[in-house]
Design a binder for this molecule. Structure first.
Ligand code: CA
Length: 219
């Protein structure tokens, strides 16, 4: 599962990243509201963990902004403002749940599981199928010709981005920022290397190169 962690407290963010990564989650950490909105729009995670006291945009405005574009992505507020008013306001803005700081990791994991169950009951299918690939966004399992196939984290993220946007061209910049956002060092040929591996594991013509622009998968 992909989690976007929006938290400007460096030590808290570090601790959360370690704990959630140990649970097999992929964590993208940003420290302000502007970056959070960018990631939600370009490469949506499965769940957003959102601090309310951010250095630029107030967390409640981040929630309003996400919901104003009809995006129903699950949002869990992590807040030091444990007053009833702030919590109620955050929920009224469209957050799904909240956790007051300080909290224990097992409680956070339990809340994430609740949101995860909600996703799987509200979204009819977690599977994106474009023959010969079927990609399950819930358990991050990928099958090629019905055979389970192992992809690295970066390969999975790129494949998911391309399949979710099938029929539309994904620019190099957008795909590279995807890799960078999710914690990979990106050098000049990183993207080509991953695309090469994807083609090898799927088929040479599954991902089309749009010369000078980027890549696409046909629907
Ligand atoms: Ca803060």
């Amino acid at each position: 599962m992909q989690i976007l962690l929006v938290e400007d407290d460096a030590s808290l963010a570090y601790g959360l990243q370690q704990a959630l990564t140990r649970e097999g989650m992929i964590i993208n950490h940003v420290t302000n509201g502007k970056d959070a909105l960018h990631v939600v729009e370009t490469f949506p995670p499965d769940i957003v963990l959102l601090d309310l006291g951010l250095p630029d945009i107030d967390g409640t405005n981040v929630i309003k902004s996400i919901r104003s574009s009809k995006n129903l992505i699950p949002i869990l507020i992590l807040t030091a403002r444990n007053s009833v008013e702030d919590t109620v306001f955050g929920l009224d803005c469209g957050a799904d749940d909240y956790l007051a700081k300080p909290f224990e990791i097992p409680e956070l994991l339990a809340r994430i599981r609740v949101l995860e169950r909600r996703i799987s009951t509200t979204i009819e299918s977690n599977e994106i199928v474009i023959e010969p690939v079927s990609l399950n966004t819930k358990n991050m399992q990928v099958k090629v010709n019905a055979q389970e196939t192992i992809f690295s984290k970066s390969e999975y993220m790129l494949l998911k981005a391309l399949m979710q946007n099938a029929g539309r061209v994904q620019t190099r910049d957008k795909l590279e920022s995807q890799l960078y956002n999710w914690g990979e060092e990106v050098s000049s040929n990183t993207l080509e290397v991953h695309i090469h591996h994807l083609r090898k594991k799927i088929s040479s013509d599954f991902i089309k190169t749009i010369r000078g622009v980027g890549y696409t998968i046909n629907k």
